[in-house]
Design a protein around this ligand. Structure first.
Ligand SMILES: [Fe+2]
Length: 162
């Protein structure tokens, strides 16, 4: 595998790494600052999500090293490179979930860019790694979206039963 072929893959992986770092810190912030009736559910859910993000941050950085390149490591650089934005804590639980769903759309599109570049470079290892991330993030998005629908879904089921 020619090293030069991998440069576009590494650039996309570094963008994804930057986004994951912003996303990770946002999840920690939401875990700490969520308020209201859904506190216990979301406090735990955000912790599960940041623990998962922490593992993926390490995997992305080590994939870049495996490709014999260097991962971006400074938070000041992540803020410059990332596509997603830092979040305010002055938001409701519903707005936190909507913010995360919007971040997921941006991150999924970045992941598709990574796999497209990896296909061009014949980099099967990156396709395998990031392909799994796409599947997992799509599933998490479905679950957060289901949560954000509130109780309407249950009402419809009750109507069918009666
Ligand atoms: Fe905690």
């Amino acid at each position: 595998m020619k090293d030069e072929k991998l440069i576009p893959v590494v650039m996309e992986l570094n963008s994804l790494l930057a986004d994951y770092n912003i996303y990770y810190q946002k999840l920690r912030s939401f875990h700490w600052n969520v308020l209201g009736k859904n506190f216990f559910d979301l406090h735990v859910q955000f912790e599960n999500m940041y623990n998962d993000a922490k593992i993926k941050i390490d995997e992305i950085a080590e994939r870049i090293l495996t490709l014999r390149h260097h991962p971006v490591s400074k938070f000041s650089d992540y803020l410059k490179i990332a596509s997603i934005q830092e979040a305010s804590i002055m938001v409701t639980d519903q707005e936190m979930v909507e913010t995360l769903l919007n971040d997921h759309k941006i991150m999924l599109s970045l992941m598709v860019d990574v796999t497209t570049k990896a296909e061009s470079a014949g980099d099967e290892g990156t396709i395998d790694l990031v392909g799994a991330y796409i599947r997992e993030l799509e599933k998490t998005s479905w679950m957060l979206n289901a949560w954000s629908k509130g109780s309407n879904g249950h009402l419809k089921v009750d109507e069918i039963k009666s």
